[in-house]
Design a protein around this ligand. Structure first.
Ligand SMILES: [Fe+2]
Length: 135
């Protein structure tokens, strides 16, 4: 059973980022399974992979928004910084042996943040891109 059920309403309409959002959901799923299986090395690997992938994804989104002249770029970047900081905090706790309750909290945070961010923020650039006259 998937832990995050993807809904059509989550799609931004920007194909590359929709694909990447799906990949992030998959990585969260891997983390969830590792936590459920109580596999410490898998949990560590899954968190690192998720953070690494998300950082690249944010950078790609920011570049696209910048190139497109998206007016809410700065605000969007701040959201990315906030998530990255929170994720790093969890990663540091994890180095000092994160309890399973903490990893679960991290996973819930990611799930909510991802969905809220996509629906609340990423869809705005999707609308902006869709409204742009084609070049
Ligand atoms: Fe974003």
């Amino acid at each position: 059973m998937a832990v995050i059920k993807w809904r059509d309403s989550y799609n931004t309409g920007v194909e590359q980022f929709d694909t990447e959002h799906h990949k992030i959901v998959d990585l969260i799923e891997v983390l969830f399974l590792a936590v459920r299986n109580r596999n410490d090395s898998e949990v560590e690997k899954a968190i690192n992979e998720l953070i690494g992938y998300t950082e690249k994804h944010f950078a790609a989104e920011e570049l696209m928004m910048e190139n497109a002249g998206f007016p809410e770029l700065e605000q969007h970047k701040k959201e990315h910084v906030r998530l990255a900081r929170q994720a790093k905090d969890f990663q540091e706790i994890q180095h000092g042996e994160m309890s399973y309750a903490q990893v679960r909290e991290f996973y819930h945070f990611l799930r909510e943040w991802l969905v809220d961010h996509i629906v609340g923020c990423d869809k705005k650039y999707g609308e902006f891109m869709a409204d742009r006259p084609s070049e």
